[in-house]
Ligand binder design. Sequence first.
Ligand SMILES: [Zn+2]
Length: 509
Amino acid sequence: MKLTKKLVAVLIGVVVMGTSLVGFTSMEAKSVAQVGAASTTTQKAQYKKPKYIFTFIGDGMSYVQLNAANIYQGVTEKGDLNLGNLAVSEFPVVGSATTQDATSFCPDSASTATAISSGVKTHSGVIGYNADKQTKPESITEKLKKDGYKVGIVTSVSIDHATPAAFYAHVVSRSNMYDIALQLADSGFDYFAGGSLVQPTGKNGDQRDAFEIIEEKGYKIVDSKEEIMALNDQSGKVYAISPNLQDSQAMTYDLDADKGELRLKDFVEKGIDVLDNENGFFMMVEGGKIDWAGHANDARSNIGDVIALNEAIEVAVDFANEHPEETLIIVTGDHETGGMTIGQATTGYNTAFDILENQKMSYVEFDKLIGDYKASTSADKAKLEDLLPIIKENFGLVTSKDKDAAKNPALVLTDYEYKKLENAFKETMKAQEDRAQGEQQTALYGGYEPLSVTLTHILNNKAGIGWTSYAHTGVPVPVYAMGQGQELFNGSYDNTDIFNKLVEICGLK
Ligand SMILES: [Zn+2]
């Protein structure tokens, strides 16, 4: 990658001048940079308004999620103590953004995506409104659309989910997903892709079908691989829905995807085909299930979806290499999820990420196997031993009595772990309403299927991965930048400044 090594000295010049670039037009910023350059006799800081802008958001993705994927990729592909080749590691600029919102240091995706899309702090749960819940900021996508850009919104979760919605809708509650769908129809944006709609006929199922309304507003809705692959710059306004949906109208976890299934990278590639035009485009791409796997404390699924996002980023990097003078790529997260750590109490300084390879399906799919077992067995006859074969098959974990125990000692359940599994199994076999409540249950299972979450905890801990929460945390997020205006993303700032910097670079008002 050859976009590196630009302008560092010049940036120092800008910083020394003590001038916040936010609020300047790009021309003014340029002249400030040039003054800095003159005094330090270095190169000029220059950028052109980028014609093509990609903003990738890993939902629930901070430094740890990225590094876990990097370690997993390195260890499984190259062997012990190697890192992988995530695209962001070659980005020339990286900054760090704080994520707190108007109501919490552990914010949600509605407020943080609003901060990134619109530059304002608002309440958790609020999309595209200021903290007064009355007035609406104009988002970067609305500004760029007015400026002649085409706009694409891509996500691996449902398209009416908080993060994508913050780039095209304004609702005081993220749960108003029907309103979000109607605003999609009215947005006039050019390419929506990924997941489907959660409330196509409203919360109570008594509203007019949103898909019909979206079509009425001129969108072509396609949901087969053939139709999606056939899209191009003559297709007009498009809503492309993945043919393979899993939970809550989202795309399948990368770990669960069949060979040949359309993945996030395919929707980015297709987005470029659809959006390409003389005036340029802006594409927001969300890896939404990184967050969901973080909530569920399922590291293997989390890592799989970070790698899927990485593959989508690589598509943009290839595009940028063809259009280096015209492209800007930003990669960030909206917040951290799960309090994921590399290293934890029982493994100390050791990690063994390769054992995560033994996990063959996400917690979502394993929950279904548990459901099948519960349906076929009476509660008084159920025993954990019945499930040991599918636990071995899908997580690699075995008891010391298993015939393969000696082959891979790292996967043998300790007495302590087996006891945890037995307790979880007992809870799992109870009907939802009969399950124990309270602080201990919350800490152990976080509302997830007790057996599944205990299995991912055990496997993750053996690999050297810990979790502290089933929710979001207050960890800052990295902001990687490559291309026109990249230098503005250096340093430490607030997530609202991602919007401010984009406005600045594009010379928008
Ligand atoms: Zn979340």
